[in-house]
Design a protein. Sequence first.
Length: 215
Amino acid sequence: MSSTHPNPGGRIRLGACLYALAVSASVAILLAACGSSSSSSSAAGPSSSAAASAASATTAVAATSTTTAATATNTTTANRPFNSCSVVTHAEAARAIGESVTPGVLGSATVEGGLACVFYGPSAPKPTTPNVAQPDSVRVVVVKGPEALRYYNAYQSKVHAQPLAGYGDHAYYDGIGSLSVLNGESYLRIAVIPADAPPSLTDEEQLAEAILPAL
């Protein structure tokens, strides 16, 4: 009578084969995953660098634009003549000439190189022009900055200047009809010209006292 016996060697070989297959499959999966991760990292790297570069370039352009705008604003402000009407009021001008006057208007000031603020009385000739001195008017000019001293000295050299004390750092009457005052880096020139009388130094001094604290 014959009997069938199991084969232990066959079972061992089958198990080893299955184990090898499982290991191979795991290695293949790991390699595929690593390859995919490397590709993703490589692809993401240049994109991130490009984005960072673009952001830096945008920031630099914005900073440059801001600096340029600020410089342009500062240059414009520095080159703009001072508004002489900002330091003298309508009431002060009327009190200086002793009558009602029009609101101040700006005109060119050739002697001082700035802007004149001019107030006109009721007898001022028509049409009025703020670019030149006219009877029955109050004329105030302020020049600020490094040019103030140059204009102050230049006008002084052209007239028979009479030094005056008590106004700013230096002051003089031009002998014609205006008071000039140098106060720091501000040059103030005032002309009070009544309609039927000579220019009044007393009235100009009064107006200077009112304006100087604002310079």
